[in-house]
Design a protein around this ligand. Structure first.
Ligand code: URA
Length: 433
């Protein structure tokens, strides 16, 4: 097959066959075609789009371009959850133990944070000793013992996506729904779960800033998952304001633990229960309403918290930190930001607040950056709340004194105080199934 002919075909708006799409994806994975030709094809795909069959074929080809998780040694139904990325999103730490406690296995590969969004692997690694780099035998053994395991993605998972995503990032071809959907779903299909719940974020802290594009992305991903024979649903959820009040790696573990104890903030508790319930429903555990009650009961009776602690121990971590979160090392410095006038919080830019956390050391701008597990922000007010001048809006946590001034300026730019009381948005926008 001649790659120039393939580029020409797509450039002229003609759909590619399954074999042609596979040739493209496998050539990207094994570096047998130069980057400039792969990039030209990506631009042709970006400009002319991919139809439903092409999108499914691209997803399957990327999923099979490297290792595909073999979960056959794990008994029962396997579930997975994916978030398109947000600020303060620690739902995996809550949903996974709830669902496992209800008898659906969670054999999950998660990513690290990049840019303003956090990653579950970084959060878990803030627990001393916790290992996210596991062999497939260790991974299977842990799931079989306790019903769940959250590991880092193996370097051989979807190499075609790794290559294509890297090139999309530098050729202005990221923001395209079929390309995003196939990229996300290739990793989910390679992860091997039977049932998948997607959390498609929408708003200032999300990839998709408006509901229409979030819905299009959700529909496309659900269509791919179903085409690949998986049970799948997507929740479109608000990411205009950070989720919960704690942002930063160990801070998010602490808030997740509080939520599993029944003391979590309303938005985080609600979203976690909804995601868990949808996954349980897909796994055949009852109606959505029954599954919501079932999920909630695992918070109320403390069993989901114990399940998280069990996983932490099996993955080499110290579970004392789950039962007593005051053990987490505190950042060397903490400084309050207080309201500069009285009124209502009328706007909070979630992406801006995520960027402040990165500035404080909680995230990374480049893959090789080292993160500070104790850095981050605790919000004391969110959009819609009343605040008086001098009252605390947030506390910033950091380990290098020099970081504060710039972070404070950025934080203040991300928050607006006005006279009008804005209604709090509900966390769930729509369910796509
Ligand atoms: N996340 C992914 O994994 N892929 C994309 O293309 C965008 C976000």
């Amino acid at each position: 097959m001649n790659f120039i002919d393939l580029i020409r075909k797509k450039r002229d708006g003609i759909s590619l066959t399954k074999e042609e799409i596979e040739f493209f994806a496998f050539s990207a994975a094994d570096d047998s075609v130069p980057d400039y030709q792969i990039s030209a094809m990506l631009m042709a795909m970006f400009l002319n789009g991919l139809d439903e069959t092409e999108t499914l074929n691209l997803t399957q080809a990327m999923a099979h371009s490297g290792d595909v998780a073999d979960l056959s040694a794990i008994d029962g139904i396997k579930g997975d959850k994916h978030s398109t990325g947000g600020v303060g999103d620690k739902t995996t730490l809550i949903v996974a133990p709830i669902v496992a406690e209800c008898g659906v296995k969670i054999a999950k590969m998660s990513g690290r944070g990049l840019g303003h969004t956090g990653g579950t692997v970084d959060k878990l690694e803030s627990i001393p000793g916790f290992k996210t780099s596991l062999s497939s035998d260790e991974f299977t053994e842990i799931v079989n013992k306790c019903g769940l395991c959250v590991a880092g993605q193996s370097g051989r998972l979807c190499p075609a996506d790794k290559k294509l995503y890297g090139l999309r990032d530098v050729t202005a071809t990221v923001d395209n729904i079929p390309l995003i959907a196939s990229s996300v779903m290739s990793k989910k299909l390679a992860g091997g779960a039977d049932c998948i719940v997607l959390d498609v974020k929408c708003g200032s802290g999300a990839f998709m800033k408006d509901k229409a594009s979030a819905k299009q992305l959700a529909e496309k991903m659900v269509e791919i998952g179903r085409g690949a024979g998986r049970k799948i649903a997507a929740l479109i959820t608000d990411m205009d304001v950070p989720l919960g009040y704690y942002i930063g790696n160990s801070l998010e573990v602490i808030e997740a633990v509080e939520t599993l104890k029944g003391n979590g903030p309303e938005d985080l508790t609600e979203l976690s229960v909804l995601l868990a319930a949808k996954l349980l429903e897909l796994a055949g555990k009852g109606t959505f309403e029954e599954c919501k009650a079932l999920a909630m009961s695992k918070i109320d009776d403390g069993s989901a918290l114990k399940k998280l602690a069990e996983m932490v121990t099996l993955q080499g971590g110290c579970s004392d930190y789950i039962f007593d979160t005051t053990l987490f090392t505190r950042a060397a410095y903490e400084c309050e930001i207080t309201a500069w006038e009285s009124g209502y919080i009328s706007y909070m830019n979630a992406e801006g607040i995520g960027a402040v956390c990165v500035e404080l050391g909680a995230g990374r701008l480049r893959k090789e950056d080292v993160i500070d597990p104790s850095a981050g922000i605790i919000l004391h007010k969110k959009t819609g709340d009343r605040i008086e001048m001098g009252e605390k809006i947030a506390v910033l946590y950091y380990s290098d004194e020099k970081l504060f001034e710039n972070a404070k300026q950025q934080f203040m730019k991300s928050v607006k105080i006005g006279n009008e009381k804005k209604d709090k948005l509900s966390v769930l926008i729509e369910i796509v199934e």
